[in-house]
Design a protein around this ligand. Structure first.
Ligand code: ZN
Length: 378
């Protein structure tokens, strides 16, 4: 069993230990300050002597420090370990913040934390219950009050008898020694991870998301420096929107809403004008037996154009809208004949697809202008 130095001192960043085993890709020590991946939290990173440690895992009580650095360390050598404390401290801020939020949720709503993930960016907490928007605002306020009250966070290993009398939160039954993390007046929970000493060290606790998940809620939180960084990015984005729309920073959502409404009105107006233009174009075409015509029109405008034009053709109208050199949209329509056989023939000759009613069909073809003209013999 590897002795876990972080259990009683989460601020130990440099330590020495003797190597007890060396494998192809890992080093095992008598004792370590490296926290292995576990309980939803990623492992510490850092250095062991000259070796960069990129991952730390625990198997059957033994802690494996994984490295890709070539080395000649052997059993019995004494090495110095150094933890990447920026990462560790950020993890401690997130994890202690999570205990405050989960403890408050448990006390206030009676919900349990049924899932926890502390990754490289956001921290997610799953609860077996739902929250209103007001619940979340109040929860966040209380969590931050606990931070500013600078409550003590202590770690103990109670005996089985002592444990009987402690009401603590725990995600699952734990065999053997139970490590209890207590946040003064706020929460008691069984947990194996390193925590900060005082809640004031957590800094800001921010709930950044709460989505319905498996009948409960998946909440996302950020603490300390991560919350500050999130605020910085969001502030920068919001400021950009505020300047672009010339609205106050607290009114950007209303500003975007107004802009989208205006955009929809303009799109409607553009559509209406395009239809007018399509009809004017049709009115300028001279009457003929068959009208085969190419226009820079597409979609409903091409349909309106051809529909208007069919009054002038005794046989049929074939209108082609330019997409690119070898792709055209088409509308075939007539006042007197079934255009579907012509449509099928054209689709097969010009790599087309589409169809419709006897008097009007539409679709697209993969052919250039010359190929289309050749098909119609013009
Ligand atoms: Zn925990």
């Amino acid at each position: 069993m590897t002795i876990r130095l972080y259990n009683n001192n989460s601020y130990l960043t440099v330590f020495s230990s003797v190597i007890t085993e060396v494998t192809d890709d890992a080093i095992i020590l008598r004792e370590t300050a490296f926290f292995p991946e576990g309980g939803g939290q990623t492992s510490d990173k850092g250095m062991l002597g000259d070796c960069e440690i990129y991952d730390v895992q625990e198997k059957d009580g033994i802690i494996y420090h994984y490295t890709k650095t070539p080395h000649s360390y052997k059993v019995g050598d004494v090495v110095e370990g150094k933890i990447d404390f920026d990462k560790r401290f950020s993890d401690m801020q997130q994890h202690s913040g999570e205990h405050i939020v989960s403890g408050l949720v448990n006390k206030t709503f009676g919900y349990d934390n049924v899932g926890f993930h502390l990754g490289h960016d956001v921290v997610t907490l799953d609860f077996n219950g739902l929250f209103t928007k007001d619940d979340l605002t109040e929860l966040e306020r209380k969590a931050n009050e606990t931070v500013t009250a600078n409550k003590k966070i202590t770690v103990t290993f109670p005996s089985p008898d002592e444990l009987e009398s402690i009401a603590y939160r725990s995600k699952k039954e734990i065999d053997g020694e139970v490590r209890i993390v207590e946040i003064e007046d706020t929460d008691i929970c069984a947990c194996c991870a390193p925590h900060v000493r005082l809640t004031g060290e957590i800094g800001l606790i921010k709930i950044v998301g709460a989505d319905k998940h498996r009948g409960g809620t998946r909440m996302s939180i950020l603490c300390g420096q991560r919350a500050m960084e999130d605020y910085r990015i969001k502030q920068e984005q919001n400021h950009g929107v505020s300047v672009a729309l010339k609205v106050k920073e607290y009114e950007t959502a209303d500003g975007v809403d107004r802009l989208l409404k205006k955009k929809a009105e303009l799109e409607y107006e553009i559509g209406r004008l395009n239809l007018e233009i399509a009809k004017i174009h049709a009115d300028m075409v001279k009457p003929a037996e068959r009208i085969i015509i190419f226009k820079e029109l597409n979609g409903s405008n091409l349909t309106a154009f051809a529909d208007r034009l069919k009054e002038k053709a005794t046989d049929f109208v074939a209108a082609f809208g330019y997409v690119d050199e070898s792709n055209y949209q088409y509308v075939l329509c007539s006042n007197s004949i079934d255009v579907r056989p012509l449509c099928r023939e054209m689709n097969s000759a010009l790599n087309g697809r589409g169809g419709g009613k006897p008097r009007m069909v539409q679709g697209s073809i993969q052919a250039n202008k010359e190929e289309i003209k050749r098909f119609f013999g013009i």
